[in-house]
Design a protein around this ligand. Sequence first.
Ligand SMILES: [Zn+2]
Length: 282
Amino acid sequence: MPDFETAPNESQLDLLVDLFDHGPVALITGAGVSTDSGIPDYRGQGTPPRTPMSVHQFSTEHRYRQRFWGGARIGTEHWKSIQPNDGHRAVARLEAAGLLSGVITQNTDGLHRRAGSKKVAELHGNGSIMRCVENGHRWNREETLAWFDVANPGFVEKNRDAQLTPDGDADVRDVDEVVVPICPACGGQLRPDVVYFGEHVPTTTFALAEEILAGAGALLVAGSSLAVNTPIRVINRAEARDLPIGIINRGPTAIDSRPSIAVRIEGGTTDWLGALAGRLGA
Ligand SMILES: [Zn+2]
């Protein structure tokens, strides 16, 4: 991160505003938009979530599911304090004003939706949703954790001082005793509705991203170094349509030197997105 970072200046803001001359803008966001909500960017910006266990082990080994659920239950106390920040709220206002065709995000924190964004393609899923592996039933993480508490009385008290890991899980004791919640509709296994490293983005999700892009006259990247392939596919499609591209990010991105870049801003997304929405009257 450079140490010369400055507050939004007017001439750079002008260049960002110019992107909106071409019609609604498609926004791609990564981990950088959520750091001001207290979510550590320890994975590298916008890379797919890693799970400490493999997805295969999760689906085949009961003990891995016990460890996941125990850790998720303790870690959720930390996650309850996570809230959308002014950057997420600025994005929601821009969309409500008809200035965005939608948000394509690499984040799994669900904060864009919580801030009020409506059209959101969550490329890597949403960690606040639990999905039934057998039939795709979806449940809020919070309600599944309430089922966990019913099935595991005293667990929270016993593990209250467990060490939190950076991704919001926790190292809990007595995993052997954990009773794992199952889908109340069909008895299937439940897993986070996220696209883990090595898994594929669902075609319906990518189709929504393409729809957002199709409705846009320009593309803006905020808080992502674009280190992974899926957002790059979106960028390539935008370039094939000659859309101008803007970038707001701390640190280099994978596309900084491409000729399609109309404006490149080195800085934090909370300040810049807020200033942009303000300038556009959103
Ligand atoms: Zn089910």
